[in-house]
Write a protein that binds this ligand. Structure first.
Ligand code: NAD
Length: 290
């Protein structure tokens, strides 16, 4: 199925919202894109860069004649966005989002939307540590995964339209439950971000250490340059799954610490070798699709 629409409203015209807008324009799928956001400077920049055609600060007014709405704000802000758009959204309009957590966003949609069945939750597994419309680019989702987490209530036609939207921007759509999404993403995305923030804070107390840091430190900590606001929201909205993953990491660190204190080289070798083997296998299987 291909997608064609008259009016798309992008609420949160940042890296993700802006990149979807650019990719849909490039694919010729949409006649007009309205951006909604908090910062006039960012929205003016988005118009200047051709990301959106016009903008508004008023969600209620912006969505009055929308065919589709993309909510691409930090996940904790979704609640107030759904509350505002529910007041004037046409019944036929389909809504999707880009949030990095899914159960919390779906609960907000359920609470506020008149027709929650028209909401198809999505998480494009693509991005970067940069923020704002100026960081957006149309190739961001090319051959990247986008996870959709519909439930039993989700309207089949809305699901097909949203799948077509994410495919039109170049993504490979995967469907799973919101609970599975949140658990897996806590392990492979949320935990590494928290670990990167923690390492930088632990090491960065001394400017001297930073001066000597090199490529390994840069690669490991790249994601610590991500938006603090976005990551505060992700952490709070997927709290219990992330706490479980932190516990598992702490257990692994304790094993390494004990082995080191006991100068047990065999135990260290075992742990390092099993991690290397697992990562090498993952890279050879999936590395060219990242
Ligand atoms: P961003 O900071 O680049 O853009 C977010 C935009 O939302 C900003 O322009 C901000 O002003 C606006 N905004 C915030 N609160 C708002 C509100 N209440 N009403 C209207 N606008 C509001 O962030 P992003 O990287 O584009 O992330 C957007 C969403 O996509 C987040 O939910 C994030 O979890 C998810 N996501 C991000 C990435 C990534 O790598 N950056 C990847 C996948 C999914």
């Amino acid at each position: 199925m291909s997608i064609q629409m008259k009016h798309l409203v992008v609420i949160g015209t940042g890296l993700i919202g802006g990149s979807v807008a650019l990719a849909l324009k490039r694919a010729g799928c949409v006649e007009r894109i309205t951006g909604v956001g908090r910062s006039v400077a960012n929205l003016e920049e988005a118009v200047r860069l051709g990301v959106i055609d016009d903008f508004s600060h008023d969600i209620e007014k912006a969505v009055v004649d929308a065919d589709m709405v993309l909510v691409a704000v930090p996940v904790a802000a979704c609640e107030q966005v759904f509350e505002a758009l529910a007041k004037s959204l046409p019944d036929k309009a389909v809504i999707t989002d880009a949030g990095s957590t899914k159960q919390s966003v779906m609960a907000s949609a359920e609470r506020y939307l008149k027709h929650p069945s028209q909401f198809v939750p999505a998480h494009p597994v693509a991005g970067s540590e940069h923020s704002g419309a100026a960081a957006a680019f149309s190739e961001l989702f090319e051959d990247k995964k986008c996870i959709l987490t519909p439930n039993e209530q989700t309207d089949a036609k809305a699901l097909a339209q949203v799948q077509a939207l994410w495919e039109a921007v170049g993504a490979r759509v995967k469907i799973m439950s919101a609970a599975e999404h949140d658990d897996v993403l806590a392990a492979v995305s949320h935990l590494p971000h928290l670990a990167a923030f923690a390492i930088v804070n632990a090491v960065g107390k001394s400017d001297h250490a930073f001066r000597l840091a090199a490529g390994g430190f840069r690669d490991f900590t790249r994601i610590a340059s991500s938006s603090p606001e976005m990551w505060r929201d992700i952490a709070l909205c997927n709290q219990s799954a992330i706490v479980d993953k932190i516990d598992a990491l702490q257990e692994e660190l304790s094993v390494l610490r004990d082995a080191l204190k006991a100068r047990d080289g065999d135990a260290l070798l075992d742990k390092f070798a099993s991690a290397k083997q697992a990562r090498d296998k993952w890279m050879s299987k999936y590395g060219d699709k990242l």
